[in-house]
Design a protein around this ligand. Structure first.
Ligand SMILES: [Zn+2]
Ligand SMILES: [Zn+2]
Length: 151
């Protein structure tokens, strides 16, 4: 999906839900799409403020939530008390390996798993929209445990 297509999709989503279409909302969308990796709403807010935006915290929080409803970002929960988001624009469907020791998150994309999820769902009589697989454990990085909360 191109950025232009994402803008179009968000525009029609906002219209449908009777949400106001404001430049600030598209500013949040652009920053979410440019964000490398997984972010909390607060991290996105800080990133926007440091790149000279005068956006309000509330607007970032509300808009990220709207983007998740619209499907342009997905919510991730990696077993912390925190919702993270990730833009799916220009990104392959993928799953995550989470190191519970140092917090490193690795991504992988495995079509075999995606195929099994699809087949399994159909066999049970279910039409899947999405799924998420988180694998928790310890990474093999020799510095694991010394780099706390890396992303
Ligand atoms: Zn990811
Ligand atoms: Zn680790």
């Amino acid at each position: 999906m191109t950025k232009e297509a994402a803008h179009k999709e968000f525009t029609s989503f906002l219209k449908k839900g009777d949400n106001r279409i404001t430049p600030e909302r598209f500013e949040v969308l652009d920053h979410a799409m440019d964000y490398k990796g997984h972010f909390g709403a607060d991290e996105l807010y800080i990133k926007m403020r440091t790149s000279n935006s005068d956006i309000s915290r509330a607007t970032v929080y509300n808009t990220v939530e709207l983007l998740a409803q619209c499907g342009l970002v997905v919510k991730r929960n990696f077993g912390e008390n925190k919702t993270r988001y990730e833009s799916i624009v220009n990104k392959k469907l993928h799953d995550h390996l989470i190191c519970t020791n140092c917090g490193t998150i690795k991504e992988f994309s495995e079509p075999k798993i995606q195929k099994i999820v699809k087949e399994l769902s159909v066999a049970i009589g279910f039409e899947p929209d999405s799924y998420s697989l988180n694998i928790y454990g310890k990474c093999t990085n020799p510095n694991c445990g010394q780099i706390k909360n890396a992303k």
